[in-house]
Design a protein. Structure first.
Length: 218
C-alpha cells in the first residue's frame, strides 16, 4: 500500500523562520506597530491573515491586513535568490521517494515564494505534489492543508506521516488524523512540539535522515 510523507517547508526543510521574523517585524514597524520578535517567532507557520490576527488581536483594523501582508511579502522577496535549505533536506526527500513514499509539501507559501523554496530544496524529482496556500480556505492549525496534501497523494490518513517545526503544524496534523513528527530547526522547543502532538522529535532533516530506520518514517 502507498504511503505519504507530508512536509511543512519553512523552518522544516528550508532555514527561513528567522528571515520571516525579521521581515514581519519590519512590516509591522513600518505600519506603526511595536511587536517583539519573540511574539512573531511563535506565530511563524500561520498564514498571513491568521498571523496578523494572532499578533495584533481580533479588534485590529482589518482593512490594514492586506498592506501588512504585502509589505512582508516585498521584504521577504529580497531573499528569494538565496534561501538556504537545511542540511540534508533534499537528500531526505529523495531517500523517502526511493523508499516508496509519496512526498507532498504542505505549506502556506505560494507563487514565486513557493518556487523559490523548491529551488532551494533542489529535489523536485522526489516531490509528488504540493498543497499551497492557494489551494485551501483555512491554513494551519486547521487540518485542511494536510487533508488536501493527502488527497493529492491519494493516501489515507492512517498511511501518512506529517513532518513540521511548529505547534501549528502538529495541531494541523493531529486534527487530520496523521502521525506527526517534529523538528527543532525552526526554533520551537521539544516540549511544545510534543504537547501539540509530535510522536517523535528530531534536530532537523539531517538527524531524521540518519535515524530514519527507527523513525515513524521507517
Amino acid at each position: 500500500m502507498e504511503r505519504a510523507a507530508v512536509f511543512d517547508v519553512d523552518g522544516t526543510l528550508v532555514d527561513t523562520n528567522h528571515l520571516h521574523v525579521v521581515t514581519w517585524w519590519e512590516a509591522f514597524r513600518q505600519a506603526g506597530h511595536r511587536v517583539p520578535t519573540h511574539a512573531l517567532h511563535r506565530a511563524i507557520g500561520l498564514g498571513s491573515t491568521d498571523l496578523i490576527a494572532h499578533v495584533l488581536g481580533e479588534d485590529r483594523d482589518e482593512d490594514r491586513d492586506a498592506g501588512l501582508s504585502a509589505a512582508h511579502k516585498a521584504l521577504y522577496g529580497q531573499y528569494f535568490d538565496r534561501l538556504p535549505a537545511l542540511r540534508d533536506a533534499g537528500a531526505l526527500l529523495r531517500r523517502l521517494h526511493e523508499d516508496g513514499w509519496k512526498v507532498v509539501l504542505a505549506t502556506s507559501a505560494s507563487g514565486t515564494e513557493l518556487a523559490a523554496l523548491r529551488r532551494a530544496l533542489d529535489a523536485d524529482e522526489a516531490i509528488t505534489a504540493t498543497a499551497s496556500a492557494d489551494d485551501v480556505e483555512e491554513g494551519k492549525p486547521a487540518p485542511e492543508p494536510v487533508e488536501h496534501a493527502l488527497e493529492l497523494a491519494g493516501v489515507p490518513a492512517e498511511r501518512a506521516v506529517f513532518v513540521g517545526d511548529t505547534v501549528w503544524d502538529m495541531r494541523a496534523g493531529r486534527r487530520a488524523g496523521v502521525r506527526c513528527v517534529g523538528v527543532l530547526c525552526g526554533g520551537i522547543p521539544r516540549s511544545d512540539l510534543e504537547e501539540a502532538g509530535a510522536e517523535a522529535v528530531y534536530d532537523g532533516p539531517a538527524h531524521l535522515l540518519a535515524a530514519l530506520e527507527d523513525s515513524p518514517l521507517a
